[in-house]
Write a protein that binds this ligand. Structure first.
Ligand SMILES: NC(=O)c1ccc[n+]([C@@H]2O[C@H](COP(=O)([O-])OP(=O)(O)OC[C@H]3O[C@@H](n4cnc5c(N)ncnc54)[C@H](OP(=O)(O)O)[C@@H]3O)[C@@H](O)[C@H]2O)c1
Length: 283
């Protein structure tokens, strides 16, 4: 069975490829990447060039592939949606049978989070094109917490416009291991949707408490107005589409889109997922 992975040079892609190499012949794994140099540390796998903005490159990369792990686009808004559409169309043209796709937890029909809006459209395109599918609807990666915390990792003061919304943070490394288990399985997981979450959901007040207990910091969380957060992001010279993306993420947390807790990950791993307490202690 030949398995291709898009975004294989990224953090989730590399970790998944590493776990998968322990379960299947590395020669049957195809990393689809913009820059083959980035895969030099993983020997024995096939590496093919593929750019989400270049449909012909994707179709050539997917030739002979049975199962495709499509790691969602790292772009924003309509560009992300188009890139993922290019992947689905190229997979169809190349005769791919099964797509495993990275989506967002507890996906509703009209999510607030812009990334999840892309996920709705890509899930639909995968279903409508008759692929066998497995959707990994991931909650927020624990490894993104340092981005939210910023200087709070030194001074304990967290500022974010997420109200009392809670997030079922999940370790990216756990997701990678579970993905490898699904990709390596000769059958099963077909037309299945997994909500991939940690074992508990945490508000930013809870994260402040964890900063106290795990790091000994005098931590507090202040729920700031969305406009103040927008100003901070603009100061960082982010493009407007990215600013809107991160604002929609905070709003989405506030409204509970990331709070769902599910047992699917523990089942796929055959062990308990990484606990947020342990991750925070490691920071
Ligand atoms: N749920 C969450 O909390 C969360 C958090 C972060 C991300 N995500 C989603 O999960 C995905 C994977 O996360 P990650 O942490 O592994 O992200 P990452 O480390 O930023 O990796 C992104 C990957 O996408 C590739 N890529 C970017 N533009 C491309 C293009 N035009 N054509 C082909 N490949 C392209 C990158 O390739 P290069 O190496 O060439 O740049 C890289 O391999 C993200 O893309 C995002 O959709 C979810």
């Amino acid at each position: 069975m030949t398995i291709a992975i898009t975004g294989a040079s990224g953090q989730l892609g590399k970790a998944t490829t590493g776990f998968l190499m322990q379960q299947v012949n590395p020669g049957n794994i195809i990393a689809v990447v913009r820059d083959p140099e980035k895969m030099k540390d993983l020997s024995g796998i096939q590496v093919r060039p593929g750019d989400y903005d270049d449909p012909a490159s994707l179709q050539a990369a997917f030739e002979g592939v049975e199962k495709l792990l499509h790691i969602s686009s790292a772009s924003y808004g309509a560009h992300a949606t188009q890139q993922e559409r290019n992947v689905v169309d190229a997979a169809k043209a190349a005769g791919v049978k099964h797509i495993v796709y990275i989506s967002s937890v507890k996906l509703g029909e009209q999510p607030i989070f812009h990334g999840a809006q892309t996920n709705v459209q890509t899930e639909k395109a995968i279903r409508d094109n008759g692929f066998a599918y497995t959707f990994f609807r991931d909650s927020m990666y624990m490894e993104t917490i340092p981005l939210f915390l910023g200087s709070a990792l030194e001074n304990g003061q967290i500022y974010h416009p997420a109200g009392n919304g809670r997030v079922s943070f999940v370790a990216r490394t756990d997701i990678a291991e579970a993905l490898a288990n699904v990709l390596a399985a000769p059958k099963g997981h077909v037309n299945t949707v997994y909500d991939i979450t940690g074992s508990n959901a945490y508000s930013f007040h809870d994260i402040a408490t964890l900063l106290q207990t795990t790091k000994g910091l005098p931590a507090t969380y202040t729920d700031i107005p969305a406009d103040a957060f927008r100003e901070e992001l603009v100061k960082l010279e982010m493009p407007p589409v990215a600013v809107d993306f991160y604002l929609s993420m905070a709003d989405s947390v506030k409204e509970g889109e990331f709070e769902h807790v599910d047992g699917a990950l523990e089942h796929l791993l055959g062990r308990k997922p990484v606990r947020l307490e342990d991750y925070m202690r490691s920071l």
